[in-house]
Each structure stands twice: as structure tokens, then as C-alpha cells.
Design a protein around this ligand. Structure first.
Ligand code: AMP
Length: 139
């Protein structure tokens, strides 16, 4: 079994969190080191490190709650712009190896900073990629 994370300890009630929502499948709480006021995390109770490892049930539960949570965070903070961020793997800046979605309001210069370096999608490459990804989705 993989190592227990800080979020396992929150789920098990060993350490406190600033909880904003909970149901049978998910928990949402304030991020302890917020990028902006209202920065909130949504996690599944299923203990998986990465998004692609989640069951359909957990995925559905997260999808059901996420837009509602975003609306509530916007209302509470007065923000009208926000980012939803979900990191997978240390190379992609994941520090806690339990699936989590960040809801990060954009408030003035506070919020998520993004380095975005667009490339170019060649038609042959696109065709190859579409075939490969479709094959993966068929499974
Ligand atoms: P990530 O880099 O996507 O893995 O982000 C992990 C997030 O978890 C960071 O934004 C941390 O501030 C947050 N975090 C870590 N420990 C706690 C905690 N005990 N309570 C709330 N948020 C936490």
C-alpha cells in the first residue's frame, strides 16, 4: 500500500481542516497556504494519488460537487475569475499524493500564475494522437 498522505490524516480525523463540504465520497476544505483568499481543495475519499486511477463513482462525485463548490467560493470571495487546478505527479508540481482539485479565485494580483508555452500541432501528428487516444478510451 502507498504511503499515507497528509490528506489521509485529515480524512481519518487525525489532524484538523477548515472543512467547507463533505458527503459520502468527497471532502472540501480551505488550503492551508492559499494562493488567494478562498483557495479551496476538493478531494475524493477514495485514496488514490492520481486522477486517472480514480473509480467512476469517485469521478462522478467530484464532477457533481466541483461546479457547486466553485459557485460558493466565488460568492464568498467576490471573485469573478478563478482557476481549477489538478496536478498529477511530482514533475507536474503535485506535492500531496492524494487526488485533489484546487479552486483558486483570482483577486487582483493574487491567484494562480501560469507559464504557458504553446507549440504547434501538425496535422499528421494530430491524426496519430487522435487514433492513439481513441484506442485508449475504447478500453
Ligand atoms: P499540490 O502541489 O497540487 O499537491 O498541492 C497541495 C496543496 O495542499 C498545497 O496548496 C498545500 O498548501 C495544501 N496543503 C498541504 N497540507 C495541507 C493541510 N494540512 N491543510 C490544507 N491544505 C494543505
Amino acid at each position: 500500500m502507498s504511503e499515507r498522505t497528509i490528506f489521509d490524516r485529515i480524512l481519518d480525523g487525525e489532524i484538523p481542516c477548515h472543512r467547507v463540504y463533505e458527503d459520502d465520497h468527497v471532502l472540501a476544505f480551505l488550503d492551508i497556504a492559499p494562493l488567494s483568499r478562498g483557495h479551496t481543495l476538493l478531494i475524493p475519499k477514495e485514496r488514490k494519488a492520481h486522477l486517472h486511477q480514480l473509480s467512476d463513482d469517485s469521478a462522478a462525485a467530484l464532477g457533481r460537487v466541483l461546479p457547486r463548490l466553485c459557485r460558493a467560493v466565488l460568492q464568498a470571495t467576490g471573485a469573478s475569475a478563478y482557476n481549477v487546478l489538478q496536478n498529477n505527479g511530482a514533475a507536474a508540481h503535485q506535492a500531496v499524493m492524494h487526488v485533489h482539485f484546487h479552486v483558486i479565485p483570482k483577486l487582483g494580483d493574487r491567484g494562480l500564475g501560469i507559464g504557458w508555452r504553446p507549440g504547434r500541432l501538425a496535422p499528421e501528428e494530430a491524426e496519430e494522437l487522435v487514433a492513439a487516444i481513441r484506442a485508449g478510451l475504447d478500453g
